[in-house]
Design a protein around this ligand. Structure first.
Ligand SMILES: *Cc1c(COP(=O)(O)O)cnc(C)c1O
Ligand code: SF4
Length: 445
């Protein structure tokens, strides 16, 4: 499929009439929470929506949509009753619905999308273990997840079968780690490792801990978001034996922050586990500065540190979720200065061809010379940062002629060029005005 054909298939996903964006005609009742077993994570797993028939039972307007049925045949479907209960208005404009209910657009196959764009399979010295960076490795511990995110980057793996690492494979992994003491940090990922029983997960953690060179163990899990019932006392009692253990979870939208998910994060944090969050930037879900701000503030309140904001990988089946790179940069531009650095994730692109993660930011370096670097802040204040004086640049550090503009900063004649209005000014701390002599008081440094 070339770009044009892909564009056409996105506009009219199939030969069927397009779905209304809100399926309000026959909105089904939310799953009954007054269920004695609701808080039992195994009940939640057993009662997931797994088939097209179950999906249409829950959302009748999807009935007869053959394209969606085809998607379910191609990519696995699972939605926990808990996650389904977070849907407010059934329809693709609801972020929970959009992340969990298949869309016909998943069949859109432009040629630049592939099942494994990060070429993880090529970086597996042992089946299941991705060793890309020198000092850390990623273990695909299971192919099962509680909910199959429609935007999953491992659509080729997650849910195709629901199996976990065998004892024999685990032994191979441990042998490889022991033979490669440069690996000090192992990310236990999947799938979702917290879909495994506590005893099975413990077997993996114990095997990793038994390798003396492994210093840090990390778990990547979406359980706090889609299956918070999984975070039991029994689990945290086991996990705390394997410190230093870190967990990265995957919240994408403030609607996922609930009393249940907050309680799950509290239990993990109280077990001494530092929590991070890896969001994926998704069109129609969280591709907005205001939504990301709300999410990041909510995460920090739950003691979850926003870690990464991922650009969508070039994975087959997720074209409709992709955003232009400029959207991520726009969001970073908005967050910096408005939120604590503690609440700001790094925006990263996981490069095709196994290039690894590349951070992207707006440009903060405006210009530079051997003596000065010109920086801008989020408000547009331009400042010069005088570089250390070294013999080769000492003479250049004292320009004789007056200078204006950015070159004035780069040559050291001007110290700052301030916007007309700044937050500091409004706070009454400091006034800048164009032509203020203080702007040049450090000239010649
Ligand atoms: C993301 C990733 C890691 C971990 O990277 P960090 O930047 O340390 O979080 C390790 N291995 C692989 C293959 C990865 O994709
Ligand atoms: S939880 Fe992670 S691995 Fe599982 S489907 Fe979602 S994104 Fe994929």
């Amino acid at each position: 499929m070339d770009r044009q054909e892909a564009a056409a298939s996105i506009q009219s996903p199939a030969d069927e009439p397009p779905l209304p964006s809100a399926l309000t005609s026959e909105t089904p009742p939310a799953p009954v929470r007054a269920n004695a077993r609701w808080d039992d994570w195994r009940w939640q797993i057993r009662n997931r929506i797994r088939s097209f028939a179950q999906l249409t039972e829950q959302f009748p307007p999807l009935r007869g949509h053959r394209a969606i049925e085809k998607v379910v045949e191609r990519y696995p479907l699972a939605i926990t009753p808990y996650y389904a209960s977070l849907i407010r208005v059934p329809g693709y404009q609801d972020p929970i619905f959009r992340m969990s209910v298949p869309q016909a657009q998943e069949l859109c196959d432009p040629s630049f999308l592939t099942p494994d764009p990060l070429e993880e399979e090529a970086d597996m010295p042992v089946p299941g273990l991705v060793h890309r960076y020198r000092d850390r490795a990623l273990l695909i511990s299971t192919t099962m997840c509680a909910m199959y995110c429609r935007h999953c980057t491992r659509k080729r793996v997650a849910g195709t079968r629901e199996t976990s690492l065998s004892v024999a494979r685990l032994r191979e992994v441990a042998q490889y780690l022991a033979a490669h003491p440069e690996i000090t940090d192992v990310v236990v990922s999947g799938g979702d490792p917290l879909t495994m029983s506590t005893s099975l997960l413990e077997r993996i953690l114990a095997a990793l801990r038994a390798v003396p060179s492994v210093q840090i163990i990390r778990l990547g899990t979406r359980a706090p978001v889609v299956l918070p019932q999984r975070i039991t006392e029994e689990l945290t009692r086991m996990l705390r034996k394997y410190h230093p253990l870190w967990i990265n979870t995957h919240f994408n939208h403030p609607q996922e922050v609930t009393a249940e998910s907050a309680a799950a994060c509290t239990r993990l944090a109280d077990a001494g586990i530092p929590l991070g969050n890896q969001s994926v930037l998704l069109r129609g879900v969280n591709d907005s500065p205001l939504i990301m701000e709300e999410l990041c503030r909510a995460l920090v309140r739950m003691r979850v540190r926003p870690y990464y904001l991922f650009q969508c990988d070039l994975v087959r089946g997720i074209e409709h979720f992709r955003t232009p790179l400029s959207r991520g940069i726009e969001i970073m531009e908005y967050l910096r200065g408005r939120l604590s650095g503690l609440a700001i994730p790094q925006f990263v692109v996981d490069a095709p061809h196994g290039g690894g993660k590349i951070p992207l930011l707006p440009n903060y370096i405006v210009s530079s010379s051997p003596t000065h670097t010109v920086l801008r802040n989020y408000e547009g204040l331009l400042v010069n940062y005088p570089e250390p004086i070294v013999p080769e640049t000492a003479r250049r550090a004292f320009p004789k002629r007056a200078a204006t503009g950015v070159w004035g900063l780069a040559s050291g004649r001007l110290s700052a060029i301030a916007p007309a209005v700044t937050v500091r000014q409004r706070n009454g701390h400091r006034e800048y005005s164009p032509g203020d002599p203080r702007q040049t008081e450090f000239a010649g440094f």
